[in-house]
Design a protein around this ligand. Structure first.
Ligand SMILES: Nc1nc2c(ncn2[C@@H]2O[C@H](COP(=O)(O)OP(=O)(O)OP(=O)(O)O)[C@@H](O)[C@H]2O)c(=O)[nH]1
Ligand SMILES: [Mg+2]
Length: 581
């Protein structure tokens, strides 16, 4: 009788054990043959192309099969709801022991709620996990217990984000700040009324604030009439352990933060009944509830921090160039939009095997940080220079003409090259006039820069309006918790007012990598491109973006054939030269 499962292991093996059947897997032929798998001979479309005139038809590191790439999940935007921990309630309890009929009050205090912090760290490269998580909750404080046992503190949470993340607060709910505001308002109303009608007084002769009644916890065994009759003392005024940052939070985490930065403060734990023992009330049948915690909605935006940003039309050869000069294993394919998310590659200048390939220095900091206070920046000290052993390059999805109108993948990915020190425009010498392509790319980049500046201006306007409105209604707390260099608009992200007209991108040093130099007609195209750039250098032609005072110091074009690895060393040298300034 035939088995119920058909015996066809070959059908499922590639699915179950992809590495054994990967085209470039070293162990594939032997192992796959040993278990009876069929050999997969996939080739990239570029390999098949005769126009390249390549004799090597085997896949290589620079001309890999389309499925030979490393992929990681990536997100550059995330919205998060932060919910700090509420405080635990105080406890109402009395000592019970043999031969002691009525012991003293011994209810423990509630634990404080956990806080939420944010920290920019190296090692995180995407907001993907946070975008999926959506809500971040700190631990709640546990309630106090009898025998004077205090509740445990809620756990703090540190949200780790990649360096280069911008944090913006969208909304906030702070029940304690609201309560304080309401109590103050009620008290002043009562005082006004008291001039006409005398107010009920508590045991110590202080006015009773009924608005605060729901912040008390009453002994559960009491009858409802006793509860209603119970006279409560004024609620003790307590300051928060940490100061809640002012609204709205706007941080630009363009450097790793040495310490986590506070975003949302947890609630204070309630007080146990021993706190309310007085001569008149030796056995208080009440304790206070734990405070509510701050919750806020924030928006995170990651702008990758690479030293060099690659900008080019789709299929220009950006990813191949990145592979040829860095450790990147980004995907390459002979079709537009092979790259769908930004990739960062690291170019190693000193492989620690003796003499460095290139000697370069970069600025470690504008000024030294004091070891006691890492947020304090000393103005007097000179910037430190450190030998550069590596630099990073960002490869983003290709831009097409009209990308600002959301054609292709749009221009939003340009945010990842917005903060790069140098821009490298990758032009395909085999795909039409390179000068036209360069102008089209700069046009899109210019429009992007303009859009960002408009956005930032609107945001600042909005923040100013919100703040003035909030100042009138809320009990705003003074003082900022984070250093000024991290506050929005500061740091490495230049304020738009200072860079009006797209200069914050057009003012960057840039050069052209003219790739696919091995294709026919490339030389003529390159000659035209060089003439155009020479004219810009001489001041006869304007900057391709049309922005005045844009960078036109030494616009160069470097011819390469990335697929053959020819000329790519010059790209590294030129980029380092521009980075060193
Ligand atoms: N002949 C030749 N072909 C190249 C060269 N560089 C890249 N290619 C080919 O051009 C095609 C596109 O290369 P990619 O590196 O994926 O181009 P890209 O700019 O990253 O493309 P997108 O990710 O779609 O924007 C691939 O088939 C490459 O093999 C080169 O120097 N010479
Ligand atoms: Mg690509």
């Amino acid at each position: 009788m035939a088995g119920r499962c058909p015996r066809s292991p070959r059908l499922f093996l590639p699915f179950l054990y992809p590495p054994l059947f990967a085209p470039n897997g070293f162990s594939r032929p032997r192992l796959a043959a040993a278990i009876g798998g069929t050999r997969c001979t996939r080739r990239s479309s570029t390999e098949a192309s005769t126009s390249m005139g390549e004799s090597d038809s085997t896949a290589s590191h620079l001309n890999p099969a389309p499925d030979d790439y490393s992929m990681s999940y990536f997100a550059d935007k995330a919205k998060l709801t932060l919910q700090a921990g509420a405080g635990g309630h105080g406890c109402i309890s009395f000592m019970r022991e043999a031969f002691m009929e009525e012991g003293p009050a011994n209810g423990g205090d509630g634990g404080h709620g956990g806080n939420i912090y944010i920290q920019a760290v190296h090692g995180e490269s995407s907001l993907y996990k946070l975008a999926r998580r959506k809500i971040v909750r700190a631990g709640k404080g546990r309630s106090g217990q009898g025998s004077s046992r205090g509740g445990t503190r809620g756990e703090d949470v540190v949200v780790a984000v990649p360096v280069g993340t911008v944090v913006r607060e969208l909304s906030r709910s702070d029940p304690e700040a609201e309560n304080r505001f309401l109590s103050k308002r009620d008290l002043s109303r009562r005082r006004k009324k008291a001039q006409a009608v005398p107010v009920e007084e508590g045991p110590d002769g202080e006015p009773i604030d009924d608005a605060d009644r729901d912040k008390w916890l009453l002994y559960p065994g009491m009858s409802s009439s006793d509860r209603n009759r119970m006279v409560l003392p004024p609620l003790p005024t307590r300051g928060r352990l940490l100061q809640q940052p002012k609204e709205p939070v706007h941080l630009d985490l363009s450097r790793p933060t040495p310490r986590p930065i506070l975003l949302a403060v947890g609630g204070l734990g309630g007080l146990g009944n021993p706190h309310f023992v007085t001569k008149g009330t030796p056995k208080p049948m009440f304790a206070t509830k734990g405070e509510g915690a701050v919750s806020m909605e924030i928006e995170l935006e990651l702008k990758l921090l690479a030293d060099v940003g690659l900008v080019g039309l789709p299929n220009a050869g950006k990813s191949t160039l990145l592979r040829s000069i860095s450790n990147s294993r980004t995907r390459i394919g002979d079709w537009a939009f092979t790259t769908l998310q930004p990739n960062i590659g690291t170019v190693v200048l000193d492989n620690n095997k003796g003499r460095p390939v290139l000697t370069s220095y970069h600025r470690v900091s504008d000024a030294a940080h004091s070891p006691d206070d890492p947020f304090h920046v000393s103005e007097t000290q000179q910037p430190e220079l450190e030998r550069r052993t590596r630099f990073t390059i960002a490869d983003i999805p290709g831009l097409i003409e009209g990308a600002h109108l959301d054609k292709g993948l749009g221009i939003a990915f340009l945010r990842h090259v917005e903060r790069a020190g140098v821009l490298a425009f990758v032009l395909d010498l085999g795909a039409g006039n390179a000068v036209e392509a360069l102008k089209a790319l700069w046009h899109e980049v210019g429009l992007y820069a303009q859009m960002r500046e408009d956005e930032e201006r609107d945001r600042q306007l909005q923040a100013a309006v919100d703040w003035s409105a909030a100042a009138g209604t809320h009990d705003a707390e003074d003082g900022t918790f984070w250093p000024s260099h991290m506050a929005g608009g500061g740091g490495d992200y230049a304020a738009p007012a200072a860079n009006a007209g797209g200069l914050h991108i057009a003012g960057k040093p840039w050069f052209v990598v003219a790739t696919k130099g091995d294709l026919p007609g490339a030389q003529e195209n390159f000659r035209e491109l060089r003439e155009y750039l020479d004219a810009i250098n001489r001041g006869e032609e304007p900057h391709p973006s049309g922005v005045e005072r844009a960078w036109t110091k030494d616009c160069a074009a470097i011819p390469v054939s990335a697929i053959k690895g020819q000329g790519v060393d010059r790209v590294v040298h030129w980029a380092v030269g521009l980075l060193d300034g």
